[in-house]
Design a protein around this ligand. Structure first.
Ligand SMILES: *[C@@H]1O[C@H](CO)[C@@H](O)[C@H](O)[C@H]1NC(C)=O
Ligand SMILES: *[C@@H]1O[C@H](CO)[C@@H](O)[C@H](O)[C@H]1NC(C)=O
Ligand SMILES: *[C@@H]1O[C@H](CO)[C@@H](O)[C@H](O)[C@H]1NC(C)=O
Ligand SMILES: *[C@@H]1O[C@H](CO)[C@@H](O)[C@H](O)[C@H]1NC(C)=O
Ligand SMILES: *[C@@H]1O[C@H](CO)[C@@H](O)[C@H](O)[C@H]1NC(C)=O
Ligand SMILES: *[C@@H]1O[C@H](CO)[C@@H](O)[C@H](O)[C@H]1NC(C)=O
Ligand SMILES: *[C@@H]1O[C@H](CO)[C@@H](O)[C@H](O)[C@H]1NC(C)=O
Ligand SMILES: *[C@@H]1O[C@H](CO)[C@@H](O)[C@H](O)[C@H]1NC(C)=O
Ligand SMILES: *[C@@H]1O[C@H](CO)[C@@H](O)[C@H](O)[C@H]1NC(C)=O
Length: 667
């Protein structure tokens, strides 16, 4: 009943107040008349947290060092301290006393009556009914009138974190009230060893986009990545899959206040985020079946180490868990050739292949699935469109990249613009946001070529499958179709001689713009290009005895085949194509030419063709062993301003091979 009476300056009125208010303030609070000393504690209403003195194990004088701290109540297995009031001012002359003084400050007094620690002046006026109470959240609050209403709180322990961020605590800056909240590791492995501040600190670095850094003696060693309005781009998975232990992250960002905070799905479970000075890591922990379980820790891998790859590079974790640095598109390594430019921040990074023109000669190349570069020095303009952002970047000679500042903001996602080197990028498939990297237009053109081709090939394949299916229908009729059909597909893109292919180009299959005129009907050069003999219809008539039935050696789906004997005695096979489609002369010539360019071990050589009126005639070399039954079905497909030629070759034993010629026909 009368435990408050030891305190000095106790007037009669105060005695009365203390007497009547004692039952009201409860076991979780102290007021101006009560104090805590020795092994007395206060426990939050639902018995979750406990506040009192604890003794540091590895520090202090002969009597030890005493600290006022908050720990989990009821956790008999181990005392886990989550907050320390006087981490730098231990009580060495026990016993210590914690009181709430008349001016609203909390004070720790040692055995010599010396105040060893006191809280800053409260942010509002104090009444006699003021209390300091331990809440179930772990927050120790001074309420100016004892009501504990949020408006009455004039001081709270959550504003002065130790090494632990509890659910609901904020980490960041409150510009309106001038409060900076961060967590600092303890010198000891745990606060009960030595709670004095260690080397590691996890804090918001203001400026640019919100971004949280882990420092070791003021050197950044890890960052969460910039907040893009939806995720922290270094740990996007936190958002979707709620880290083990049920952590639900939140970043608040406004002019007045920016902070990180998390909550837990089950409010009764125990979870904490700690800066561990021993491992120099940020560690998530949760309590399960009598012990602390470690969740994610950061940096999580080698790529997480701050700016490990240097400027204009990004880090990626390979399938075998090794990490690798690569230059951004349009940049080249400055390290030794062949040597992985992997190293500390001092790594040389990458340099542009082509210098910027700082004018109309520049463009942007976008990359996706990246932890955004360090954005603490980036320029942010909210509320503008991405087009405006692009223009702003183009208008600034120093601008190296831009991106949306708030991807949640729809059509006006704002702008973040880097006028500094791009540092600390990491490949992360969880980030769905484009970063636009400024490059010389010539670089963009050369980057685009293979990209376009890849997209195209995909389209082509679809078209080819359709085409081939229809071709197969025809093929089925004419080829003596047996049970098994074997398929092979080859894409011939460049002039590279691939001898392992059953086909290869016979002529120079150059990828040259000079071929642009191939499909120009009016171009007279087309004929010169066709260095395949054009047989005169009269020669064919003579050779085949005017297509006499005696000369007919077979009948295929595309028409009859005749034996022909040329004037010089050469035997040829003449395939007289039935009036298949009204194929134009130029198209037919092109097709013939392409077919002629192919060599195949099962394919007879095409010697030439003949065009007369509606007649389309192919002349092959004659082979007695009847390989004439090999059929070639060719078809052109026109996609995205380019022509592709698909050839299906089926032999009598019903083996079909498909060949796609691409990359040679432009329009
Ligand atoms: C304070 O704690 C004591 C013993 O633990 C208990 O008997 C008493 O009811 C508690 N008072 C309040 C107001 O909770
Ligand atoms: C508190 O300390 C006193 C003496 O130091 C001891 O007798 C008492 O058992 C302690 N109480 C608790 C709950 O530990
Ligand atoms: C504290 O421990 C008591 C007894 O072991 C138990 O009944 C109570 O539920 C525990 N309280 C909490 C918050 O864990
Ligand atoms: C501390 O202050 C109290 C009350 O004013 C007094 O009774 C006590 O003697 C003082 N102790 C010391 C060591 O000065
Ligand atoms: C505190 O008291 C002073 C004078 O009594 C008054 O002017 C001031 O407005 C009060 N402040 C608050 C926050 O109530
Ligand atoms: C951490 O917080 C303290 C106290 O508010 C502040 O003085 C210090 O500058 C902060 N450190 C960082 C790196 O933000
Ligand atoms: C590109 O810029 C760098 C630095 O300004 C300069 O040293 C280099 O000569 C430039 N290269 C070309 C090809 O202009
Ligand atoms: C940002 O600017 C500060 C101060 O000029 C500098 O120390 C820091 O290295 C810069 N950070 C980046 C990523 O450029
Ligand atoms: C980002 O966009 C969301 C959705 O419009 C908005 O609620 C939020 O305030 C924006 N953030 C900032 C910093 O403007």
């Amino acid at each position: 009943m009368m435990r408050g009476m030891r305190t000095r300056d106790l007037g009669l009125l105060l005695v009365a107040t203390a007497f009547f208010s004692w039952p009201a303030i409860g076991n979780d609070s102290i007021d101006q008349a009560t104090s805590i000393s020795g092994n007395q504690t206060r426990v939050s209403a639902n018995g979750i947290f406990e506040l009192g003195f604890f003794k540091g194990r590895t520090s202090g004088g002969s009597g030890g060092s005493w600290y006022v701290g908050i720990w989990y109540a009821n956790m008999t297995e181990q005392q886990t301290v989550v907050w320390v009031a006087n981490r730098q001012e231990p009580v060495v002359d026990a016993p210590g006393v914690l009181r709430l003084s008349a001016d609203g400050r909390l004070a720790i007094i040692d055995g010599q009556n010396t105040t060893v620690w006191s809280s800053p002046a409260p942010s509002g006026n104090i009444t006699r009914a003021a209390t300091a109470s331990l809440l179930d959240s772990g927050n120790f609050v001074v309420s100016s009138d004892g009501s504990r209403s949020p408006e009455s709180v004039v001081w709270q322990s959550f504003d002065y974190p130790t090494d632990t961020l509890l659910p609901g605590m904020k980490l960041g800056v409150d510009r309106k009230n001038g409060i900076i909240r961060n967590i600092t590791s303890c010198r000891g492995a745990v606060p009960t060893d030595d709670p004095s501040p260690g080397d590691c600190i996890f804090a918001l670095v203001p400026g640019g986009l919100p971004e949280f850094f882990l420092f070791d003696k003021s050197t950044p060693i890890y960052t969460s990545g910039p907040w893009n309005g939806e995720v922290l781009t270094g740990v996007p998975q936190l958002k979707s899959q709620q880290a083990k232990g049920g952590f639900i992250p939140k970043v608040f960002w406004s002019v007045e206040e920016t902070y990180y905070q998390y909550s837990i799905s089950d409010p009764l479970s125990r979870a904490r985020l700690v800066v561990d000075g021993t491992s120099k890591k940020l560690q998530r922990l949760w309590w399960e079946s009598g012990s602390w379980k470690s969740g994610n820790s950061y940096p999580a891998d080698q790529c997480d180490n701050y700016a490990v790859c240097g400027a204009f590079m990004y880090c990626a974790i390979n399938v075998d868990q090794s990490s690798e640095c690569s230059c951004l598109p349009g940049f080249k390594s400055q390290g030794q050739p062949g040597q992985q430019p992997f190293g500390p921040v001092s790594s040389k990074g990458c340099a542009r292949n082509t210098n910027l023109t700082c004018g109309a000669g520049d463009g942007f190349w976008r990359v996706n699935e990246m932890k955004l570069p360090d954005a603490t020095n980036a320029t942010v303009s909210l509320g503008i469109t991405l087009d405006q952002c692009r223009n702003e970047c183009l208008g600034n000679c120093n601008c190296r990249a831009y991106a949306a500042a708030n991807v949640s903001a729809g059509d006006s996602p704002g702008c973040v613009m880097w006028t500094v080197d791009l540092l600390d990028m990491k490949k992360n498939p969880g980030v769905k946001q484009y970063l636009y990297i400024r490059l010389a237009q010539s670089e963009i053109d050369s980057l685009e070529a293979p990209e376009k081709r890849r997209r195209l090939i995909r389209k082509v394949l679809i078209a080819v499958v359709t085409t081939v299916c229809s071709m197969l229908l025809v093929g089925c009729c004419c080829c003596f179709w047996r049970n098994k059909t074997k398929w092979k597909r080859h894409t011939m893109e460049t002039r590279s001689d691939t001898d392992e292919l059953p086909f290869r180009a016979r002529k120079n299959f150059a990828l040259s713009p000079a071929r642009d005129h191939w499909f120009d009907e009016n171009n007279t050069n087309a004929e010169e290009d066709l260095d395949l003999p054009l047989f005169d219809i009269g020669v064919i008539f003579d050779a085949t005895d005017q297509f006499s039935a005696n000369n007919k050696i077979g009948e295929g789906g595309f028409g009859p085949v005749y034996l022909g004997i040329l004037e010089d005695g050469t035997e040829v096979a003449v395939k007289r194509l039935s009036q298949r489609s009204a194929q134009g002369v130029v198209e037919f010539k092109n097709e013939v030419k392409l077919t002629a360019m192919l060599q195949h071990r099962n394919l007879v050589r095409l010697l030439g063709c003949c065009i007369y009126d509606n007649e389309r005639i192919l002349v092959y070399e004659y082979m007695h062993n009847n390989s004439l039954d090999t059929f070639i079905f060719g078809q052109f497909i026109y996609i995205n301003n380019r022509w592709y030629y698909v050839v299906l070759v089926c032999s009598t034993n019903c083996k079909c091979t498909m060949l796609i010629l691409s990359g040679i026909f432009y329009r």
